[in-house]
Design a binder for this molecule. Structure first.
Ligand code: ZN
Length: 241
């Protein structure tokens, strides 16, 4: 089985289309989205439709829940809050109810998917270092856990109660070790690399690869400005931060 696992599209249509095109060459059997289809970008509707077309397994992100009032936005940055309110206005009832129906976690045989972290998923903790990874590992019963949220791709391993941050973008999973894989962000990477991020996981070979693909982000930036969304949301795309 080959899974195409991605997250944090954030209404960026050009990035999502690029990733879908790249996936077309990967023989994917099942797509998985680790949350945040909407928020920040100017194409929430089209991104929602494309994810639905993929028949992806989808968990809720904090922005998905925020636009339907299920998550508190008082701690959001001002541009993020503005984008949530703008996005809410673009969506119709069926789209909002789809987002509000998304579960916080989904478990498959070998993995679990959650947007933030397994310790209290609705509190939207970020897994950014060994200590936050450790807290999530305590609630992880599957060998693998796929997350998004920080927009920074990366892998944490727990072996013999030791936690290691792996710098690899290609890994062969071993039996007896637990892994957290942050699949990065399709539409707003924050690791200094502006290219869209996506992953491929093959259950036969036990291999996972984190991949990147450039797209025409000038178009995306223009659309964000034209929509009247905060300018910073366009600017940050170029630097990948
Ligand atoms: Zn996000």
């Amino acid at each position: 089985m080959r899974y195409g696992i991605f997250a944090d599209i954030h209404g960026n249509l050009e990035a999502l289309e690029t990733v879908i095109k790249a996936y077309a060459k990967e023989n994917i059997d099942q797509y998985v989205c680790a949350g945040d289809i909407v928020g920040y970008g100017s194409n929430p509707k089209k991104c929602l439709q494309l994810v639905k077309n993929l028949k992806a397994i989808v968990v809720a992100g904090n922005h998905d829940y925020a636009v339907c009032g299920l998550s508190d936005i008082s701690h959001f940055s001002l541009p993020a809050r503005e984008a949530v309110l703008w996005t809410k206005k673009q969506l119709v009832e069926t789209e909002l109810s789809y987002l509000s129906s998304l579960p916080l976690t989904i478990t498959k045989e070998k993995f679990i998917v959650v947007h933030s972290s397994l310790n209290s998923p609705l509190d939207w903790h970020y897994i950014t270092d060994k200590s936050s990874a450790c807290q999530s590992f305590t609630s992880q019963e599957t060998p693998l856990c796929f997350v998004g949220h920080s927009h920074v791709p990366g892998i944490f391993l727990e072996e013999n109660r030791q936690i290691i941050a792996s710098p690899q973008d290609k890994i062969k999973f071993k039996i007896g070790i637990k892994y957290i894989i942050n699949v990065g962000s399709v539409g707003q990477p924050r690791d200094g690399n502006p290219k869209a991020c996506y992953t491929v996981y093959d259950t036969e070979t036990n291999l996972l690869e984190i991949k990147r693909m450039g797209y025409n982000l000038e178009i995306t930036q223009e659309k964000i400005i034209k929509a009247g969304l905060p300018q910073i949301l366009a600017e940050r795309l170029a630097g990948g931060h």
